[in-house]
Write a protein that binds this ligand. Structure first.
Ligand SMILES: NC(=O)c1ccc[n+]([C@@H]2O[C@H](COP(=O)([O-])OP(=O)(O)OC[C@H]3O[C@@H](n4cnc5c(N)ncnc54)[C@H](OP(=O)(O)O)[C@@H]3O)[C@@H](O)[C@H]2O)c1
Length: 291
């Protein structure tokens, strides 16, 4: 039995679909208000709880063989990115779990002081690596599925909003490839007790993304390039009313202000370990848009 947290999220939902396609038994940790009926139809066991509650994590972890932690946190990195994962790891130990897969983030080890999610992920990585459990820590770059709403807007308007440096490098990973890597991590020998950066096969400049959109729809992109200080202004203003949102914006700003890409060697290593070729962003988008 797999336990998957964040099963209704961008990554988790694809992980559960793949596990069910492979006829694996899966317990999904969902909130009462989550959109989980599709997962139930696919035969996942529904566990309703809240990751803010330790006792829910304890109950959900009983009798499971593998844990995949794929939940996000919105603005509460301390409770969800940090505490909930520490509790999941403790419960994995208590229940004799065979393998723990943790979705971290590319750059978790760079010491970004103002990015609570990055700090929480790094602390959890350390805790997991020292836990004695078999583990795989995956550090993805941006997900291709995040771009689907933007590509739809581009289809209608031809516009693309790019905040920050348009020359910053990125390697967007196909969300389907990432899900496959997550699922295979529990069985593939080369993934055991590894920390793996996960990106797409190409290093892109951020301005390449609207160019790819333009190629797909044969439309010249209009790029609206906004400077980063717009975010700084927003962060300052919101901080007056809600310090938690201000901190969450720190993570967002870190994502916009820095480069997040995998080297060619890291991608080649990933393809060797998991024995498949990663798909390009353009291929992913064409598949989803059926163009
Ligand atoms: N998206 C990216 O580009 C990216 C890149 C690198 C790393 N990551 C990491 O990958 C992980 C998954 O990201 P994602 O984009 O797939 O996440 P997402 O789409 O934002 O989904 C978040 C998931 O967490 C669940 N969740 C949030 N609070 C919860 C709570 N209190 N109790 C139970 N479940 C809760 C949500 O449930 P509901 O459906 O109920 O809201 C949802 O299923 C995150 O840890 C993120 O940091 C993401």
């Amino acid at each position: 039995m797999f336990l998957v947290t964040g099963a209704t999220g961008g990554i988790g939902r694809k992980v559960v679909r793949l596990l069910r396609q492979r006829e694996q038994s899966v317990r999904v940790f969902v909130r009462l208000n989550s959109r989980y009926s599709e997962l139930e139809h696919r035969g996942a066991e529904i566990f309703i709880g809240d990751l803010l509650e330790e006792k829910d994590i304890q109950k959900a972890s009983r009798g499971v063989r593998y844990i995949i932690s794929a939940h996000g946190s919105d603005s509460d990195a301390l409770s969800l990115d940090y505490r909930a994962n520490i509790e999941l790891i403790d419960q994995a130990k208590a229940n004799g779990v065979e393998h723990f897969v943790f979705i971290s983030v590319l750059g978790a080890d760079r010491g970004y002081e103002d990015a609570p999610v990055f700090k929480a992920k790094r602390a959890v990585e350390r805790y997991l690596a020292a836990s004695g459990l078999n583990y795989t820590i995956l550090r993805p770059s941006g997900l291709a599925s995040n771009l689907l709403p933007l590509v739809e807007r581009f289809r209608e308007t031809g516009l693309y909003l790019l905040v920050g440096d348009r020359k910053n490098r990125t390697s967007i990973v196909s969300t389907d490839d990432l899900a496959r890597i997550v699922v295979d991590s529990v069985t593939v020998e080369g993934a055991r007790n590894q920390i793996l950066p996960v990106g797409g096969p190409e290093i892109l400049l951020r301005e390449d993304i609207p160019r790819i959109f333009g190629r797909i729809f044969a439309k010249e992109p209009v790029i609206i390039n906004s400077p980063l200080f717009v975010i700084d202004g927003l962060q300052g203003a919101l901080g007056l009313f809600n310090p938690q949102i201000q901190k969450a914006l720190g993570t967002y700003r870190t994502l916009l202000a820095n480069e997040f890409f995998c080297t060619k060697d890291e991608i080649a290593n990933l393809e060797v370990i998991f024995n498949f070729q990663l798909e390009t962003l353009e291929n992913f988008l064409r598949r989803y848009l059926a163009v």
